[in-house]
Design a protein around this ligand. Sequence first.
Ligand SMILES: O=C(O)C[C@H]1C=CC(=O)O1
Length: 100
Amino acid sequence: MSQHFAVRMDVALPPDMDPAERAALLAREKAYSQQWQRSGHWPHIWRCVGEYANLSVFAVESNAQLHEILWGLPLFPYMTMTITPLAAHPSDIALDAPAP
Ligand SMILES: O=C(O)C[C@H]1C=CC(=O)O1
C-alpha cells in the first residue's frame, strides 16, 4: 500500500558556484530524479512557473522511504522543502470506476 505526498522543492544555488561544478551537480540531480521516476515512486514533477522550484508527487511505502529519496537528492543541501501528505479525495472519479 503506497502513501502519496506532494513535495514542493525550492532551489537556491550559491550564485558564485563554479559553473562546471554546477553543471555536474545538475546532471547528477537529473539522473537521480529520473531513476526514481522510472521506479514509479516519483510519478509527477512539474516546474512552478517563474520560480526555481518544482511541485512533485511521490508514491512511497513509508515516511522513511520518502525521507531516503529526498535526502539522497544531490541538490538536497540547496533546497527548502514543503511536504504535504495526501489522501484520496471522495469526489475523485477514479474511485467510481468499475473494477476490471
Ligand atoms: O530543477 C528542480 O526543480 C530541482 C530538481 C528536482 C529534480 C530535478 O531533476 O531537479
